[in-house]
Design a protein around this ligand. Structure first.
Ligand code: NAD
Ligand code: TYD
Length: 341
């Protein structure tokens, strides 16, 4: 089977491609990514030369390009993914997350092939108590969440109208290696290493439900292979944490690793102006994927955070090239003339 993974140069997509190439050497993986600021081919270092892996630089909203590519199934990670950027400018979010997803649904419809659309728990909005289930009302609060919710509704409509074999996953906040350092966890680690302020939005008591990226990837693999068409699956690890607690946990781990320095990293914490429309709490119920498909998260949060801190401390070259902007040139040096533009 030739699986087209879109957005495979990003955080979750690159982790997923590594997982698939190891788990299914019989499948070939085609990575379609247009390398926005969040796409980084260094995330895929070491696998570029594998015979069952191909990279195509291209836009998921390019319908003609999609027609020219051969594939048997699609897994869609490609997105504009950062809430703060969507507050500054929502247009790219609608273009990629809505129009781009619609182009992929259309391409899957033409080929009568399966498509898994990777979405987010943020489509449900904020919840004060209890947990969101798959049938909870979709009430997105940020432009990012609204664009993802729109794509989810299109996926549903393509199933109802055309019988498309499409499933949607809604996962909670991911952490782990290769996450772009504008998101909370890598930002805290890198700012601490560099002695920069750690901005805590509002009172720091907003709650996110955290899952290690490798557990998310395994859930997607399972839902792609065994999930029902026309349905949504929540994916989460029942792991709610307030932002300030996660920040302190990371900084304590880092303090322990640098005992000789007198100053504690926690001195870097700075409360700043809140994000507009900041969702107070995300919390999802993953019972459906657990009972229907037998998925369980495997990574304990404390161990996962600790190994994530270590990964960023040990992979300075990776993030230094992002902070300096060099990573944008990497694909040119590595791939010039060897892939389609
Ligand atoms: P990311 O921003 O790290 O990666 C997105 C990738 O998509 C990048 O490689 C980028 O170059 C590519 N891309 C963007 N626009 C494109 C386009 N028009 N055509 C082709 N490629 C394009 O994002 P991520 O954190 O890896 O998230 C992946 C998916 O998972 C997204 O759909 C996101 O909504 C969803 N998700 C993320 C989280 C999370 O915590 N990060 C949680 C739940 C769901
Ligand atoms: P983020 O990683 O942007 O993910 P999302 O907004 O999709 O949940 O943010 C996670 C939480 O951390 C969110 O409540 C906003 C907060 N946050 C900060 O307090 N400071 C920061 O610098 C960032 C990036 C986020």
């Amino acid at each position: 089977m030739k699986i087209m993974v879109t957005g495979g140069a990003g955080f979750i997509g690159s982790n997923f491609i590594r997982h698939m190439l190891t788990s299914y050497p019989e499948h070939s993986i085609l990575n379609l990514d247009n390398l926005t600021y969040a796409g980084n081919l260094e995330n895929l270092k070491g696998i570029e030369s594998l015979s069952h892996y191909t990279f195509i630089k291209g836009d998921i909203a390019d319908a003609r390009l999609l027609e020219s590519i051969e594939f048997d199934a699609i897994i869609n990670f490609a997105a504009e993914s950062h809430v703060d950027r969507s507050i500054l400018n929502a247009y790219p979010f609608l273009q990629t997350n809505v129009i781009g997803t619609q182009c992929l649904l259309e391409a899957a419809k033409k080929r009568k092939c399966r498509i898994l659309h990777v979405s987010t728990d943020e489509v449900y909005g904020s919840i004060e108590e209890g947990l969101f289930i798959e049938t909870s009302t979709v009430l997105p609060n940020s432009p990012y969440a609204a664009s993802k919710a729109s794509a989810d509704l299109l996926a549903r409509a393509y199933h109802e109208t055309y019988g498309l074999d499409v499933s949607v996953t809604r996962c909670s906040n991911n952490y782990g290696p290769y996450q772009f350092p504008e998101k909370l966890i890598p930002l805290v680690i890198l700012n601490a290493i560099e002695g920069k302020q750690i901005p805590v939005y509002g009172d720091g008591k907003n709650v996110r439900d955290w899952i290690h990226v490798s557990d998310h990837c395994k859930a997607i693999d399972l839902i792609f292979h065994k999930g029902k068409a026309g349905t949504v699956y929540n994916v989460g690890a029942r792991n709610e944490v307030q932002n300030i607690d996660i920040i302190k946990k990371i900084l304590m781990i880092m303090d322990e690793k640098k005992r000789h320095e007198k100053r504690s990293f926690t001195d870097l914490i700075a409360y700043v102006q809140d994000r507009p429309g900041h969702d107070r709490r995300y919390a999802i119920d993953p019972t459906k994927v657990e009972t229907e498909l037998g998925w369980r998260p495997e990574i304990d949060f404390d161990k996962g955070i600790s190994s994530t801190v270590e990964w960023y401390m040990e992979n300075r070259e990776w993030w230094k090239s992002i902070l300096s902007g060099e990573y944008m040139d990497y694909y040119k040096q590595q791939y010039d003339g060897r892939f389609r533009e």
